[in-house]
Design a protein around this ligand. Structure first.
Ligand code: GTR
Length: 417
């Protein structure tokens, strides 16, 4: 069954690429000039971290908000937490599990989400934590039968799709390894925050905010990626209430569309001390100007509910974007950032993902931190781990045990010294 679905996904991707004229040829990458990280809009050179923080960083945040991901509303909505289960003997006694219902409300309407946490028992006191969304429900990340289904399961589940079955995404969540190495983990199904279909916007948390009008969307209004980023910050708000969690050591890990959201969350919310992008590709770590693999036009067509409307004006005109993705990565400085690619994941443009991490370097150097030194890609399975990290592994678009090993090593380096 799984192989059958794998084959279908592969065929669909091939057909989409053929239809959409996708470039996979490095020699056809156009010559491009990246927008300058360290030159302010008024032409001034940025030479200090103060100037970066006061002048250039806010300018770039504004551009990403108004031109790409949409603006995160400043208003707040109420969030209540209800602990649904707590088990001190989860994972054969190695961990304490917790399931917590988040109830978002604006007074008239409520939306619920479900957080699943595992906290190591062996380590006493506060522990660092990985935050990350799962794609198919908390129950898909583990065989633990006490783990509940996502509140929007009935709305988003593809009928008979094996990935939605209990435990079918366990390979993407190295819970054993994470717990053994002394980290907690907190995950939520991303559909709980914004069910990933344009027609389900009314079921998203976006619909709770003041001014929400499904018939009238402002060109810079936030969409799904903005909402997912917002939701991960709400997970952090909750973690701040948890006595076992070390809130100075929060990492966020996002895969693919969630890698895009993780980078945007990390750019906006400085409580994320490590930001990890796993195969995030177009609209995530990959440089738009390379036009390699998925492009702005393709992503806006296939996922019209991910980016703000303003972003559509850059379809087939990436060179006119006032930003590129190295600047998104630089917004995370001086906090740590890690970008990962997979060799066969050409759709996500591994080289473009690497180059973004590389070109974020000038801002890390401004802080006296270690950036990626060379624009030559590291060999397969040879991670680079300074303050900016990168690896490329063999295989497909996925999150693997190997990826987690690297993220844990990177976190050890920055959280345990
Ligand atoms: C693809 C999309 C990518 C990536 C991926 C995923 O279909 O084109 O941008 O986000 O989905 O999230 O798995």
């Amino acid at each position: 069954m799984k192989t059958y679905f794998g084959l279908i996904t592969w065929l669909v991707t091939i057909c989409l690429c053929a239809q959409q004229n996708v470039n996979y040829d490095e020699s056809k990458v156009p010559a491009y000039v990246l927008p300058d990280l360290l030159q302010a809009n008024n032409g001034e050179k940025i030479t200090s971290t103060t100037q970066w923080e006061k002048q250039r960083r806010p300018e770039l945040l504004e551009l990403f908000a108004s031109q790409m991901y949409g603006r995160t509303p400043e208003g707040k909505i109420d969030v209540a937490y209800e602990t649904v289960t707590e088990n001190p003997n989860a994972m054969n006694g190695k961990a304490t599990s917790k399931q917590v219902r988040f109830i978002f409300s604006n007074g008239n309407k409520k939306i619920e989400a479900l957080l699943l946490m595992y906290i190591p028992n062996k380590t006493k006191g506060k522990v660092p934590v990985f935050v990350g969304y799962n794609f198919k429900g908390n129950h898909s990340t583990t065989l633990d039968t006490t783990v509940l289904y996502s509140p929007v399961f009935h709305l988003v589940k593809e009928p008979d799709h094996p990935d939605w079955e209990r435990g079918n995404q366990t390979s993407r969540w190295s819970y054993d390894n994470i717990i053994n190495r002394g980290y907690a983990v907190a995950t939520m199904c991303y559909h709980d925050i914004y069910p990933d279909k344009p027609e389900l916007r009314d079921h998203s948390i976006v619909s709770l905010f003041e001014g929400y009008d499904p018939e009238n969307i402002a060109p810079d209004e936030w969409q799904a990626i903005g909402a997912w980023a917002w939701g991960s910050s709400r997970i952090v708000d909750f973690l701040e209430t948890q006595e076992r969690i070390d809130c100075d050591k929060i990492a966020i890990m996002g895969h693919s569309r969630q890698g895009k959201a993780a980078l945007w969350a990390g750019a906006q919310d400085e409580r994320f001390r490590i930001v990890i992008s796993n195969d995030s590709g177009c609209g995530g770590a990959a440089l738009f100007r390379r036009k390699f693999g998925e492009t702005a036009a393709i992503i806006n067509k296939n996922f019209p509910h991910w980016f703000c409307e303003n972003f559509r004006q850059y379809n087939d005109k990436e060179e006119t974007l006032p930003v590129d993705q190295h600047q998104l990565i630089a917004l995370i400085a001086p906090r740590k950032v890690y970008v990962a690619s997979a060799q066969e994941d050409l759709w996500a443009d591994p080289r473009g993902e690497f180059l973004s991490a590389y070109h974020a370097g000038p801002v890390y150097r401004l802080y006296g931190l270690t950036a990626i030194e060379s624009d030559g890609m590291p060999d397969l399975h040879k991670p680079v781990m300074g303050d900016v990290g990168y690896h490329i592994r063999t295989g497909k678009h996925d999150v693997t045990e190997y990826d987690w090993e690297c993220y844990l090593d990177f976190a050890d380096r920055h959280f345990k010294n």
